[in-house]
Design a protein around this ligand. Sequence first.
Ligand code: AP5
Length: 213
Amino acid sequence: MRIVMMGPPGSGKGTRAHIISELYGIPVITTGDMLRGAVREKTEYGLEAKVYMDRGDLVPDSIVNGIVKDRMGKPDLAKGFILDGFPRSVNQADALDEILKKKDVELTHVLSVVLSDKEIIERLSKRRSCPDCNEIYHLVSKPPKKEGICDKCGAKLILRKDDKKTVIRYRLLVYKETTHQLLERYEKMGLVVDTDGEIPFDELHDHLKKLLG
Ligand code: AP5
């Protein structure tokens, strides 16, 4: 399975990607997590990316395409992969086509998560994220067992800098102007499968199994 997760910020792409990864034993490639890791490590491209990420803009294609190309060259993708947060622009979709062509493989699904802006703003302001293992929580619908601490690795949970309301609204705008149009491209290829962002956590496993077979 070679899957692209699409959908607005905060719609539940990462949550679904982690479940699919567990169900089918394939790795998740999350550009947001890779970029946040580079920001924490203060690498050259991390320092450049931080400026864009903090204000909710897309990081330049030249940086993102490079890190995805490197990651896609690793040997653990033989059974497949889940791309979460990539591609996000026409240039990135073209770059992905090139990478897949060189590997002589094709995408099998583009999972499009559908959720209203109102629900997204509510969810993101209550999201807490683990900066170490990237586990995702929600203060009401998926709280950690111990307040402020990651269940999986024990790290202190954080509110992402770009999860402030003003930045969330801007990210939604960037999604509508730049990323949303990619759905049309993948619809023409017959790859798009919609998944309702309102489906509760306890039904997600069965829902995703049904969708992906
Ligand atoms: P990125 O990290 O990719 O963020 P995003 O796309 O904005 O998506 P999010 O991680 O915010 O949300 P999500 O859809 O994964 O939702 P989640 O599952 O967490 O990108 C961040 C930034 O990095 C970008 O703005 C950009 O600057 C840069 N970047 C990244 N990739 C790039 C690229 N390719 N090109 C250029 N720049 C790039 O869920 C959200 C919340 O809802 C959580 O609290 C969760 O617990 C809760 N929730 C999820 N599902 C449910 C449910 N079913 N019921 C109730 N609550 C739920």
